[in-house]
Design a protein around this ligand. Structure first.
Ligand SMILES: [Zn+2]
Ligand SMILES: [Zn+2]
Length: 340
């Protein structure tokens, strides 16, 4: 059986479980590990049965619980190489140091990592700011992250056992295994095939996916400023379509955000408005999916009813309207019970 479970969706955290055949994948890990596990259990999913985590992009609302979750389950994490590097840079604490100290750090890192090739480049000590999602409350992530660090089971063991992985404090970028994929190249994790495609968003190398399992095709695209032709092309012949419907244009324009943030959200590398999503659904979308799920709704600049009404109106003109069951993914509770 194929199952699609949205654990959380929105700028305070994103995570979805895709199950097909004997394989279960967590798409993004944007909530704390504890909360992810709580919601999985609530939705009837067993965290221990996850086979892998895949990451769409390095923004905090997509990776907040990543390290702890991957370590606790001992499962591989799939990124594009650029996203992995950006994530590592984000996690490396900002430090002020002299050039001599910096060289010393590079030398030590090189010596430590001689046995395991290709990991940390010297630029990890010179840092950029963490990328921010649309300005919906970001501070809570930091407190979550530090609470997670304190609770991490590996913290206690690393002193005694030299073969144990480094603690979160020693190396927050350490993961049980890292696998790279590339946009445009189909790959498989167990019984699920994944087709990653590039989306326009202000991250290092952001992607959406088409998942295929047991003949069921599920399209997944959030965090994109507009829908370019390559994305339109991917979102055809689907059984399920999960698409961002981030903000209502009027609410965003009249809302509390500073102008610079409004500009960013509205830009070609920001987020899809209800209006842009409706435009896609009424024109380029082929009307084939059994389920259409609106996702990544802003809590400050949108209302579920506005997103729903805009999409309903757009779908009204589609010949196969009855096939399109419209659902809204939520920030604070899982959306489950979707199976094929
Ligand atoms: Zn996001
Ligand atoms: Zn993002």
């Amino acid at each position: 059986m194929v199952r699609f479970t949205v654990l959380a969706s929105g700028s305070k955290g994103n995570s979805t479980v895709v199950s097909g055949g004997r394989t279960r994948i967590l798409v993004d890990a944007g909530l704390s590990c504890r909360e992810l596990f709580r919601r999985m259990k609530q939705a009837g999913e067993d965290p221990a049965s996850l086979d892998a985590i895949i990451i769409t992009h390095e923004h905090q609302d997509h990776v907040n619980g990543l390290s702890v979750t991957a370590r606790r389950l001992g499962i591989p994490v799939y990124f594009t190489e650029a996203t992995h590097r950006a994530w590592m840079r984000w996690l490396t604490p900002r430090r002020q140091m002299t050039y001599a100290q910096w060289l010393e750090v590079c030398r030590k890192q090189a010596a430590e990592r001689q046995a395991e090739p290709a990991v940390v480049a010297p630029e990890t000590v010179t840092l950029k700011d963490s990328d921010s999602e649309d300005a919906d409350d970001e501070t809570q992530f930091e407190s979550n992250a530090s609470a997670e660090s304190a609770a991490a089971p590996t913290d206690q063991t690393s002193d005694q056992d030299p073969s144990a992985p480094p603690s979160l404090k020693e190396d927050p970028t350490w993961l049980p295994a890292v696998e790279y994929f590339q946009a445009g190249e189909v790959f498989a994790i167990g019984d699920i095939s994944l087709n990653p495609f590039t989306i326009p968003h202000d991250a290092a190398d952001p992607v959406g996916f088409v998942f295929r399992a047991e003949g069921v095709r599920m399209g997944f695209a959030t965090d994109l400023g507009y829908i370019p032709p390559n994305v339109r092309e991917q979102l055809r012949n689907l059984d399920l379509l999960l698409l961002e419907s981030n903000h209502d244009l009027e609410m965003l324009r009249d809302g509390p955000y500073p102008w610079s943030v409004k500009q960013r959200v509205l830009s070609r590398v920001g987020h899809l408005s209800n209006e842009a999503t409706a435009e896609f659904l009424s024109t380029a979308y082929d009307g084939q999916a059994a389920y259409v799920i609106l996702a990544h709704l802003s809590e400050n600049n949108n209302l579920p009813e506005l997103a729903r009404v805009a999409a309903e109106r757009a779908l009204l003109g589609r010949a196969s309207l009855l096939a399109n069951r419209l659902l809204l993914a939520e920030q604070h509770q899982p959306l489950f019970g979707i199976s094929f």
